[in-house]
Ligand binder design. Structure first.
Ligand code: PGA
Length: 254
């Protein structure tokens, strides 16, 4: 199976910067990077104002553009939200859901995240659904119970409905490792991914790729990508520069 390298640009980049990045990536993937295409999938998650521009630029290319969030309503009085139809209209194919920054700063809960995911699924958007424990939970030995709680309703209410292989991905992102330069140890990653794998394996007939996220860089991806049940990475800081992103693709394809 191909590895997946998803770039989460968060609140970064203007239209010109995003355009230059995507143009360089496209040209790399059609020339010297062409051989990577059978081994690695590329996903970029820009801010809403950049989505249509990026979505237009990647037409006829293997690069996929995802939103960073999606509303749980299809339309209506929901100021500041973005609907599945608006995401598709921007030529994007999917969305992140429940990133820890949404949980931490914007009140995202397991309940609201599940509603978003059900709405996205109904509208044929691909999904990267984020889970992960914070530092206090890790220190209190609650990692297992937190992960189980975060995915339990997915298993009963969403995963059984999946019909398209690879359309639903889960990103394990320990909150204490995001943007901190602290990477989870190989043991911690294997343990969490195994737990998630065991929890979801009977819920869907489809393969559900599991991504690791949290201070991934070209230098540490090599070890992480080879771990059991790690199908890719969700990358913030190191995905902002095209040179580093291309390095990540090369490492993932090794
Ligand atoms: P980071 O962010 O790679 O900068 O740690 C990852 C993420 O938040 O998805």
């Amino acid at each position: 199976m191909k590895k997946i390298i998803a770039a989460n640009w968060k609140l970064h980049k203007t239209k010109n910067e995003a355009g230059a990045f995507v143009e360089t990536l496209k040209s790399f993937l059609s020339t010297e990077g062409r051989h990577l295409l059978g081994k690695v999938d590329t996903i970029i998650c820009p801010s809403p104002t950049l989505m249509d521009h990026c979505g237009t630029l990647v037409q006829q290319s293997p690069v996929r553009i995802f939103s960073q969030n999606v509303s749980y309503a299809e339309s209506g009085a929901f100021t500041g939200e973005i609907s599945p139809a608006q995401i598709l209209d921007s030529k994007c194919q999917g969305t992140l859901i429940a990133h820890s920054e949404r949980r931490q700063f914007f009140g995202e809960t397991d309940e609201s995240a599940l509603k978003r995911a059900l709405c996205a699924l109904k509208n044929n958007l691909d999904i990267i659904y984020c889970v992960g424990e914070n530092l206090q939970e890790r220190q209190n030995n609650q990692t297992e119970s937190v992960l189980k709680r975060q995915i339990s309703r997915l298993c009963t209410e969403l995963l059984p409905q999946l019909s398209k292989p690879g359309s639903f991905m889960i990103a394990y992102e320990p909150v204490w490792a995001i943007g901190t330069s602290l990477v989870a140890t190989e043991e911690q990653i294997v343990h969490a991914h195994d737990l998630i794998h065991q929890s979801i394996k009977n819920a869907s007939s489809q393969k559900i790729p599991l991504l690791y996220g949290g201070s991934v860089k070209p230098e540490n991806l090599k070890n992480i990508i080879g771990l059991k049940n790690v199908d890719g990475a969700l990358v913030g800081g190191a995905s902002l520069k095209i040179e580093a992103y291309i390095e990540l693709l090369k490492v993932a394809a090794l």
